[in-house]
Design a protein around this ligand. Structure first.
Ligand code: NDP
Length: 415
């Protein structure tokens, strides 16, 4: 599904023009065929491109300009240590403040963003293609570090990427810009635009939209609070900057991650105060547990394994590995707390949170749940296998020992 621009576009089309009905989409294709699909494709207008360019430039300026402490990422496979400026929370708060000021002063119209969203997606598709061509050329002729190289296949290099840490100059980290500031921040701003569009179209904000957007904002805020942890995860430390990752962050995230709220704009479900509060509380609890498990591992490693976990000294393993140049290193593996329940326990609250911000869309349609299932469920399932295989290759016997001590992948006692 990654790398499939048509899927993202027709999901938008079905959610906004066909009442979110897969059956209606099927009938549309039956009746109108390819010509109908071509006619439904929104072309990138100058206005849509201007919105994308303005948002991208603003995020780049905030990433470079806002203060933040220096954070050292994990040692790369070639033995490099990338340094980042940790200013994600500041960028998130300034972006939200600018959103509200811009909206209230009439500098930009959130409802217009909703109307233009098909064209914006089209513009983002073209931009991500051009951006990945640039990344390919940069990785080939001017890589930022020794964590770069070709596999010999042009197609594979373009898709998977040439560089692990591409930068412009010393400090503008391109993966932080695409993944965090365009993808995650774009998600935050888009769902606010949808909520504003609902107020404009329906005259009021439905509790379903309020709960869904609130949970997403909480999740995105927690993401930026933990952004330094994100710089240590697979996306950044293992996956290269190619079409797979960049298109995913520039097109797939805005199209798919925002889709429950996109549907809600013209389908305002009413839950009532008790139902809405119950969904909000359950979703917030899931987001907190997901945050706490990521944070627990981060604090554990930063403290050299000394930080207490759930009030006790942690059970841990010292795992040895060697970097690409043959240097011997050690890592700590946590076997207590959330990390003692299952090897990827944190994916469970991640999925639960996603379910709770899709749930406000009600039971009328399946499509607003697409983000939760099948997309995120399959993505995380695949990740458990990919990550286990990578860690087994990296840590060898220590990983086998960890798997014996913590035998379940995700659900304690079950899987
Ligand atoms: P993880 O947080 O699962 O990190 C995996 C890495 O952590 C491993 O490669 C290994 O790296 C290290 N590790 C594994 N086990 C241990 C242990 N017991 N103790 C210490 N370190 C360990 O990476 P993800 O990127 O998958 O997830 C990060 C967050 O992002 C999660 O909250 C997840 O839910 C979320 N996420 C959200 C997605 C979405 O689209 N909504 C998609 C994917 C993730 P090392 O080489 O350093 O040892």
């Amino acid at each position: 599904m990654f790398g499939c621009p048509a899927f993202a576009i027709y999901l938008w089309f079905t959610l906004t023009q066909l009442d979110g009905s897969l059956l209606a989409f099927y009938c549309f294709v039956q009746k109108n065929g390819l010509a109908g699909l071509r006619a439904a494709w929104p072309w990138p207008s100058a206005e849509a491109a201007a919105h994308v360019a303005a948002f991208g430039a603003l995020q780049a300026a905030l990433q470079l300009g806002l203060p933040g402490r220096a954070f050292k990422g994990p040692v790369s496979p070639r033995g490099n240590v990338p340094v980042y400026k940790a200013n994600g929370v500041q960028a998130y708060l300034v972006t939200l403040a600018l959103f509200f000021v811009g909206w209230r002063t009439g500098v930009f119209s959130p409802a217009r963003v909703y109307e233009l969203f098909g064209e914006i997606l089209s513009a983002l598709n073209l931009f991500s293609l051009a951006f990945c061509c640039f990344l390919y050329g940069k990785g080939r002729y001017a890589p930022s570090s020794s964590d770069a190289g070709t596999t010999g296949s042009l197609l594979y290099d373009f898709y998977w990427g040439m560089e692990l840490y591409p930068r412009l100059g010393r400090s503008f980290d391109l993966k932080t810009w695409t993944n965090c500031r365009m993808g995650m921040m774009g998600w935050a701003v888009l769902v606010l635009c949808y909520a504003a569009a609902q107020v404009q179209r329906e005259g009021a904000l439905a509790d379903s939209m309020a709960v869904s957007v609130l949970l997403m904002q909480l999740y995105i805020f927690k993401f930026f609070l933990w952004e330094t942890g994100y710089w240590c995860t697979m996306d950044i430390a293992h996956d290269r900057a190619g079409y797979y990752l960049c298109w995913g962050c520039l097109v797939w995230v805005p199209a798919i991650y925002t889709s429950p709220a996109l549907f809600l704009v013209s389908h305002p479900v009413r839950w009532g105060p008790v139902g809405a509060a119950a969904i909000a509380l359950a979703g917030a609890a899931a987001i907190f547990i997901n945050y706490d498990s990521d944070r627990q591992r981060q604090v554990f490693r930063e403290s050299g394994g000394r930080a207490r976990v759930w009030g006790r000294p942690p059970r841990k393993l010292v795992a040895q590995y060697s970097t690409g140049d043959g240097t011997q290193k050690t890592s700590l593996l946590l076997m207590s707390g959330w990390w003692g329940l299952a090897r990827h326990f944190h994916y469970l609250p991640e999925l639960a949170a996603a379910f709770f911000w899709c749930l406000p869309a009600g039971t009328q349609r399946a499509l607003p749940y697409f983000y939760f299932f099948p997309f995120l469920t399959l993505l995380l399932l695949d990740r458990t296998f990919r990550d286990d295989a990578r860690c087994a290759a990296k840590y060898g016997a220590a990983w086998v020992q960890y798997c014996k001590a913590v035998p379940c992948r995700v659900i304690p006692y079950v899987f």
